[in-house]
Design a protein around this ligand. Sequence first.
Ligand SMILES: [Zn+2]
Ligand SMILES: [Zn+2]
Length: 565
Amino acid sequence: MTKTEIVAVFESIANIMQIRGDEPRRYQTYRRIAGILDSLQEGIHVLYEQNQLIEVPGIGKSTVEKVGELIETGRCEYYEELRASIPAGVMDLTSVAGVGPSTAGKLYRELNVDSLEALQQALDNHELRQLKGMGKKTEENISAGLEALLRHRQHKLMGDVLPLAWICSAILAKLEGVGEISVAGGLRRRTETVRNAQIVAACSEDACAAKLRDALAKAMFMVSVNDDWTDSGGSARLDDDVELQIKCVAPEDFGSALIHFTGSEDHVAELNQRSVELGLNSDFGRGKSEEEIYAALGLPFIVPELREGRGEIQAALADQLPHLVETTDIRGDLHVHSTWSDGLDTIESIAQAAQKMGYEYIAICDHSTSSKIANGLSVERLLSKLDELKEIDEKTPGIKILMGGEVDILNDGSLDYPDEILGKLDVVIASVHSGFGMDETDMTERIISAIENRFVHIIAHPTGRLLDRRDPYKVSVGALIDAAAENNTALEINAYPDRLDLKDTHARQAKERGVMLAINTDAHTALDFRLITYGVYTARRGWVEKKDVLNALPLDKLMEVISNQ
Ligand SMILES: [Zn+2]
Ligand SMILES: [Zn+2]
């Protein structure tokens, strides 16, 4: 057991006591001990083994015993008994924002709320406001917290789950008896949010499932392995409440199983239909590889991002599948923040990181005057930045550092800098950061004014959504796309995993109207550069090709296109 896990046990003991309504003195003691253990400078294992833990001020004999039990057996009898004294669902209540152990205790003891479902019911019946010390406001806060938690459980960001799934695949791929292995489901199709992570593994023997389960149980980010395992797989819970499902299939069925588990339902239904039309099996049979299955249906391989039942099969039959953009096609990032506004890295270190990405150019776009909380640049500071940037650009060979700006579109549609200042910038991106509450007509007109501004090259995060946190503002995306097409203004696919804005279907609409797309990370630290791949996935789901992407152009071409905008 790691120190963090041991500390968590002591914290849970305190929480359970508080929930039960035990004497404050008791749970406060456990909470204090958790704090002391957490702040130990030396390793807790070493201290325990050398009998020195007892010498730490505030640590008594019973604590040392519990720590020892945890280190030696991974369990603590006292904690297990305590945990069994309240229903398991009561502890879940504390994951709701606004519900601490004290509130959870009141809910459990006074209203008999012992699960998230029961909490929902009590909220619906307005029972909470009848409790002492709780009013309408608390009830509303808890209600919002519960809603957010339930939504979060249903919809995880693809960008959060995919790396976990990749690590799991890598761990499992090494096991004996496991052949091909692949992430499946919405995650493989790179949908913006996913319910769970699925992995399909080709297993040469029945015993493989148990091996997979055991290997997972040891993984660092594992919370618990569920008890639903059979020879054909099972599930587990990872950090951040991500559910992982493992499907074990025979190697000769791997291709067909992967198509089924990758989906989408619509895509698979269309494949089935095609199979029937060709006089074959109604479920397109079995096969070792996906290619084999598609070939039997007279189709080329269709990449997972296109498998949405949005015309990909007709396109495949007509030999008109798009040649989707790839991450390696991206030649530069046109939306990066530096320490001049709210970024964490200097222009110099951004340029170095961009070179490591293999980029040809980079546009440093800091916020404009009105973005006060983001340390937006006044005209004066913008001009100083321009001087510094030119200097750095001259002494940094191998990459072109472009002077950019992320300029606020003000409520009346005007931009945050006067034209003569905008004219000094190589790349102007315009975006909405305030006044989100406008009605659709006003918001659409506001953004179209920016699109029509001859100095604006790109509209950043055009709908302003934050997945899971903020709905897009009310705007007619179709009208923005039309205006962008008429004015040769590019629209951004913001690659931040909680933005992915434009989303896939809008990106496709834009591409079909001939609008150029800029896939940018909106990096606030050079580490964010790696997020570009999520923007590229979204573009691919939108059928976007290399030729549709502004920053897939070489520098001279980019400058040519931009100067003609
Ligand atoms: Zn922005
Ligand atoms: Zn930005």
